[in-house]
Write a protein that binds this ligand. Structure first.
Ligand SMILES: Cc1cc2nc3c(=O)[nH]c(=O)nc-3n(C[C@H](O)[C@H](O)[C@H](O)COP(=O)(O)OP(=O)(O)OC[C@H]3O[C@@H](n4cnc5c(N)ncnc54)[C@H](O)[C@@H]3O)c2cc1C
Length: 328
């Protein structure tokens, strides 16, 4: 592990000022991802700025929305009463991830920025455009069972590993950030990037920008919602495919549908095609399967992960059927 300086930031302004002038800075949340990567020599920051003292408040607003400080621990978010009542899919998504001990350490800011679990990214001897831009991607022709089927590029087929982020995508969360240039708010769909030819650039964050909070707008509050994760083991495993879904049914028809997929793309995948196909349709197994087919029409399998296409279709249909109370 490379030697580094450690600073504990007392507030947002101090963290940003330090990051703006320090050599090769990295913010530190719970450290559950970054410290692993430093031990493996994949991340080599020269300055660590601990931001765990920043806001961890969870503010349930009277309009139905919730503002979550970036320092809030994953466990605190999943257990918060207003989150469980208003946005059950988010609590379920967080509880489907990692282990209780890791969730007790991991922060909301860190969860958004956790790195891929692509084996080749972690293997310093492998070619990886994400780790070393311009070196190639060994996953494209390699062991790619866990890799992307949607939105990938010849440069990178890695997936985003977060469960929480899949729910945040479906909920149209807003990411509040602050940096040397001031504050701004990013719609969740614009926060993470698809790989294109720069898979090393994973988000829209600029240099020294800090995530300060994540906002859940009132729009999806109170919808029937859930999160379903399919993985190789029943616990302590990343998603092969996951689905965050919410619906509102009026007179047997789908008045509102929100759908996002995990484990299938470089970013949490908002299933806009399926949503559009479902709006106004009678809630039922046929419509759910047809919408899943429409969403996955764009899927491009690699040599080892074609199974994910059918798995994603079935998981979408089963999750929506469960929510609608229909027979899958
Ligand atoms: C064994 C294991 C199993 C896991 N299983 C799952 C799983 O099934 N599902 C899942 O979703 N996750 C899983 N995780 C990942 C875990 O959720 C993440 O490691 C965790 O959410 C990262 O949060 P952190 O606060 O520890 O981030 P850190 O490790 O501290 O930081 C991660 C990144 O975020 C940056 N960062 C942190 N805070 C901020 C901020 N406020 N602003 C800007 N940048 C910031 C850091 O610089 C770093 O680049 C697993 C982890 C482990 C170790």
């Amino acid at each position: 592990m490379q030697r580094f300086e450690y600073h504990r930031a007392a507030d947002t302004a101090a963290a940003i000022a330090l990051a703006a002038r320090a050599p090769e800075p990295h913010y530190l949340g719970g450290g559950t991802n970054l410290v692993d990567l430093m031990r493996e020599n994949i991340e080599r920051p020269r300055t660590i700025i601990d931001v765990t003292a920043l806001s961890s408040a969870i503010e349930a607003r009277p309009d139905g929305g919730i503002l979550i400080g970036a320092g809030a621990k994953n466990t605190a978010v999943a257990e918060h009463r207003a989150i469980r009542e208003r946005f059950p899919m988010l609590a379920r998504a967080i509880l489907a991830g990692a282990s209780a001990q890791i969730r007790n350490m991991a922060t909301v800011g860190g969860n958004l920025l956790q790195r891929t679990r692509c084996y080749y990214f972690y293997d310093d001897a492998a070619h990886c455009n994400k780790r070393k831009p311009g070196t190639g991607c060994d996953a494209v022709e390699g062991f790619n069972r866990i890799h992307a089927i949607l939105g990938a590029s010849p440069s990178c087929v890695a997936t985003h590993p977060s469960d929480m982020c899949v729910a945040l995508a479906a909920l149209d969360a807003i990411v509040h950030v602050e940096g040397p240039g001031g504050r701004r708010s990013l719609p969740f769909g614009a926060f993470h990037r698809l790989p294109g030819d720069r898979p090393d650039l994973e988000t829209a964050l600029g240099p020294a920008e800090l995530i300060t909070a994540v906002e859940l707008p009132a729009g999806a509050a109170g919808l029937r919602s859930t999160y379903r994760k399919v993985r190789d083991r029943a616990s302590y495993a990343f998603a092969l495919v996951s689905v965050a879904a919410a619906l509102r049914i009026e007179d047997g028809k789908l008045a509102e549908v929100r759908l996002a997929l995990g484990g299938v793309a470089h970013k949490p995948w908002r299933a806009a095609t399926a949503e559009a196909a479902l709006r106004g349709k009678p809630a039922g197994a046929d419509a759910f399967r047809a919408a899943a087919e429409a969403e996955l029409a764009a899927a491009r399998p690699l040599s080892g992960n074609a199974f994910k296409i059918e798995l994603a279709k079935r998981t979408i249909a089963a999750t929506l059927s469960e929510l609608a109370g229909a027979r899958p």
